[in-house]
Every structure is written in C-alpha cells, then in structure tokens.
Design a protein around this ligand. Structure first.
Ligand code: HEC
Length: 133
C-alpha cells in the first residue's frame, strides 16, 4: 500500500504536466466559457462519484448525499450543505476532493483522486456561485 502510494507520488509530476497542458490547450481551442454545471461539473460527478452517491450506493447510504441532480448536490448530506456558493475554500465538496480532509474522508472514497483539471473545474464552478447553469 505504502509502496503504491509513493509510486503514485513519483509518477504524478508528469501526469500533472499532461493534464495541465490538456487543460490549457483543449478547452481554449473549443472557445468555451468554463464553470458550467451541466456541461462540465455533472460529467465529472457521473464519472467519479455517482456509482456510490445514489440510492443503493455506499456513499448515499452512509451520508445521505445524492449526486444524481443539481438539487441533490445542493441539499448535501444528512448533516447539511457541502457547497457554499462563492466559497470553495470552506465548501466541504472542495475540501474532500482536494485532499484537504483526513485521508479516510477524501473523495472518491478509497479511489484515485480527481485530476488537477477536474478539481479546478469544480472549484471554478463553486467560486462563480455554484449555479444551475
Ligand atoms: C466508492 C464509493 C464512493 C465514491 C466513488 C465516492 N464516494 Fe463520497 N462517500 C462514500 C462513502 C462510503 C461516504 C461516507 C464516508 C464516511 O462517513 O465515513 C461518502 C461520503 C461523502 C461525503 C460526505 C462526507 C461527510 O463529511 O460526511 C461527500 C461530500 C462525498 N462523499 C462526496 C463525494 C464526491 C464529490 C465524490 C466524487 C468525486 C465521491 N464522494 C465519490 C463513498 C464514495
């Protein structure tokens, strides 16, 4: 486990560079305005979170967080909201996916962390008001 972790750490600078380059080149080429929930945030959630965060999934059963819709995301967990519109620093959503939480609480749960670009998009969306756009 530890060896694997160090391997991932060592490998990550190149992964980071590729991700960053793709992030700079691809979206600008498409000429798109970033921070859309429907177009950019939801596809990440579908890919990386939804399997566990819908009724029947481990994440939903443990926390009550249903990520199938914008309303579900904004409602948050059984303890309350995880998104503070305009404030990605204190939003639990960002804290958990950016590795700022205790290891056992980071998301995706026991999974591969989101790419730099995915984290950036979600941060941008929250910073711009977490709109249903
Ligand atoms: C493999 C299953 C799995 C995946 C994938 C997953 N989660 Fe979770 N999630 C869980 C479980 C299990 C919990 C409950 C953890 C606990 O309370 O110990 C949880 C809890 C949470 C919580 C609440 C934490 C708290 O403070 O109570 C949030 C927010 C969350 N997940 C967000 C996400 C996001 C965002 C993603 C995608 C990037 C994601 N999860 C992907 C299983 C998963």
């Amino acid at each position: 486990m530890n060896i694997f972790y160090h391997y991932v750490r060592l490998a990550s600078p190149s992964v980071f560079a590729v991700t960053l380059l793709a992030g700079i080149l691809l979206p600008q080429g498409a000429g798109a305005e970033h921070g859309s929930f429907e177009r950019e945030v939801m596809p990440i959630i579908k890919d990386k979170c939804l399997a566990c965060h819908q009724p029947g999934g481990d994440g939903y059963e443990a926390s009550g967080l249903d990520l199938r819709t914008y309303d579900g995301l904004m409602k948050g967990t059984k303890h309350g909201p995880i998104v503070v519109p305009g404030d990605a620093f204190t939003s639990n959503l960002n804290v958990l996916i950016e590795g700022r939480a205790a290891r056992h609480l980071r998301m995706p749960f026991h999974g591969k962390e989101l790419s730099k670009w995915e984290r950036h998009i979600i941060r941008l969306w929250v910073t711009r008001g977490a709109k249903d756009n």
